[in-house]
Design a protein around this ligand. Structure first.
Ligand SMILES: Cc1cc2nc3c(=O)[nH]c(=O)nc-3n(C[C@H](O)[C@H](O)[C@H](O)COP(=O)(O)O)c2cc1C
Length: 169
């Protein structure tokens, strides 16, 4: 599909639904080696004076290996109507299968990174910060208890949004 580049400030989106309800496919890697997974936790805004996006990734995700290694990551946002076709990205690991082949979605290699073809909106992000959550920093201990029974604290990765691509209809 064809994409056109837009200024980040021209995007009119609801950040409270675009991750959690719409779902995003988080990707990192090169044509030789890459992986993608569904995320519904994340955010976007301004940090260090630039447009920025944040994702939260558990340590057991195969995608984290690519995210920690690569300078860029992408977020490809879809719609609830596409959740069926996206299913492999959130239920299977790239360690065990080719999620792109299973879903029928093509990977696009562009801008020195990768994203799933058909996403209605793509953020190309240059990594600026990565850190695993520290359990000592929870102010509400119930969060630790509820979400981290396995002590698998999320890695937080923040990237400067360098390009915003919008799918052309
Ligand atoms: C709707 C949905 C949202 C998800 N959001 C996240 C998330 O924000 N962070 C995370 O670490 N895993 C999340 N997951 C789980 C991963 O997508 C899933 O474990 C995936 O299979 C990991 O693939 P990988 O091992 O190839 O990286 C989500 C799954 C679904 C279905």
């Amino acid at each position: 599909m064809k994409y056109c580049e837009k200024a980040p400030e021209s995007i009119r989106e609801n950040l409270f639904t675009m991750y959690d309800r719409d779902w995003a496919i988080l990707s990192a890697g090169t044509e030789q080696s890459f992986n993608s997974m569904t995320v519904s936790w994340g955010g976007a805004g301004t940090l260090w004076g630039k447009p920025a996006a944040t994702v939260y990734v558990r340590p057991q995700r195969y995608t984290l290996e690519f995210l920690r290694r690569e300078p860029l990551f992408t977020l490809g946002f879809f719609t609830p109507e596409e959740h069926g076709v996206l299913a492999p990205f959130g239920s299977k690991s790239g360690r065990d299968c080719d999620k792109y082949a299973l879903s029928g979605i093509q990977p696009v290699f562009a801008h020195d990174t990768v994203f799933p073809d058909g996403a209605r909106l793509v953020l190309i992000c240059r990594k600026q910060y990565q850190q695993q959550m520290d359990p000592a920093c929870f102010l509400d201990p119930s969060l630790d208890k509820t979400w981290y029974g396995a002590k698998d604290y999320h890695w937080m990765l923040i990237g400067e949004v360098q390009k915003v691509l919008v799918r052309e209809e």
